[in-house]
Design a protein around this ligand. Structure first.
Ligand SMILES: *Cc1c(COP(=O)(O)O)cnc(C)c1O
Length: 362
């Protein structure tokens, strides 16, 4: 599939790296696309490869425009801040990436407050969500903060790559439209959600006012994300990108990798999902209750262990790298650089470690 001269040999005795889908390296085909990319100065909007990527992704997601940015964190920030004036609030799930893993950028750099809800993705009644949006149809009060954006995450990383139900998203869009609130999607892994649901990415894209999508997760590009929305929104996001220092010059070499990834690595995400599912089944067999195959909807497997760091250390000693998302939760992620053989090697290391753990109380 992706061998060739650029493939890195195993490093430090590590045979399988399942910490994240960000660890992939560009394939030979992708590097060829990068080497051949036409470039120009993208701050002057003269890089044809960046423009091609932006147009392609905007079209794929059913929106007018897109903007190439260096990271998903910057993509979320630019998209959100383009809709959320300072002094307004963004409502999001308590476990959202924008709340947990972006170093408080919305507050620190954006002057925006986040308000978190528990169970936004599946547990919380939608009438309750609607009631939480501070929309002021009768005119704003003199002291109450206004909700500018409702942000959802699909797939949801801290829930182990769970996928939102389409109808729940659609009902949220009705609710946010009624409230005059923008519905944003942190779609770092929107591609995985679309593949898991068996729908084209545009079916999900059209539900949202704005999106941020990553090229450097499951799609396997080395760098980059896009902000997606209507043309005005994307122009405002472009200002924020420049303000943050994210305006790039001959970025076409990176955009070419991204375009290659979107064109060649989207459908294969189904393989990652299948492998994660197989691993989840195997591990659930040896450690019932610690792994939940029924919750493994995309490319992640969460493992409930007494001490996640200790577990990750023992796995690493066996040549398998896993991540941790909490003191008692380890995370396994399948991706472009792990094939069936690698997943089966990982199972051979992880299953005995799980078997040693005390059984969970029933
Ligand atoms: C990875 C990720 C991002 C952005 O990450 P960067 O590392 O900044 O590219 C945003 N949201 C979610 C859900 C992610 O998993």
């Amino acid at each position: 599939m992706s061998g060739g001269p650029y493939r890195r040999a195993n490093v430090g005795g590590v045979s399988v790296d399942l910490r994240s889908d960000t660890v992939t390296r560009p394939t030979s085909g992708m590097r060829q696309a990068m080497a051949q990319a036409e470039v120009g100065d993208d701050v002057y909007r003269e890089d044809p490869s960046v423009r091609a990527l932006e147009e392609h992704v905007a079209g794929l997601l059913g929106h007018q425009a897109a903007l190439f940015v260096p990271s998903g964190t910057m993509g979320n920030f630019c998209a959100l801040r383009a809709s959320a004036p300072a002094g307004t609030e963004i409502v999001a799930d308590v476990d959202a990436h924008i709340v947990t893993y972006e170093l408080g950028g919305l507050a620190a750099l954006g002057g925006v407050q986040t308000r978190t809800l528990t169970g936004l993705a599946d547990a919380l009644d939608l009438a309750e969500v609607a009631a939480q949006l501070r929309a002021f149809p009768g005119g704003q009060t003199y002291n109450m903060i206004r909700t500018s954006v409702l942000a959802v995450e699909n797939t949801q990383v801290r829930a182990g790559g769970r996928v939102w139900a389409l109808d729940r998203l659609e009902r949220l869009r009705v609710i946010t439209d009624q409230a005059g609130v923008v519905l944003h999607c942190d779609g770092a892994r929107l591609w995985n959600a679309a593949v898991a649901l068996g729908v084209p990415p545009g079916r999900l894209g059209e539900i949202f006012g704005t999106l941020s999508v990553c090229l450097s997760k499951g799609l396997g590009a080395p760098v980059g994300s896009l902000v997606v929305g209507d043309a005005d929104l994307v122009e405002r996001a472009r200002e924020w990108r420049k303000r943050l220092g994210g305006g790039m010059r001959q970025a076409g070499v990176l955009a070419a990798a991204g375009l290659y990834a979107v064109r060649h690595h989207l459908e294969r995400l189904a393989d990652d999902h299948r492998r994660a599912g197989e691993l989840a089944e195997l591990l659930a067999d040896v450690a019932p209750g610690r792994v939940h195959p029924e919750l493994t909807e995309t490319n992640m497997v969460l493992v409930d262990v007494p001490d996640a760091h200790a577990f990750a250390g023992r796995a690493a000693a066996g040549g398998v790298l896993v991540g941790t998302v909490g003191p008692t939760t380890a995370r396994i992620v399948t991706h472009l650089d792990v094939d069936d053989a690698a997943v089966s090697r990982a199972g051979g290391v992880l299953a005995p470690l799980l078997r040693e753990l005390p059984p969970l109380p029933r």
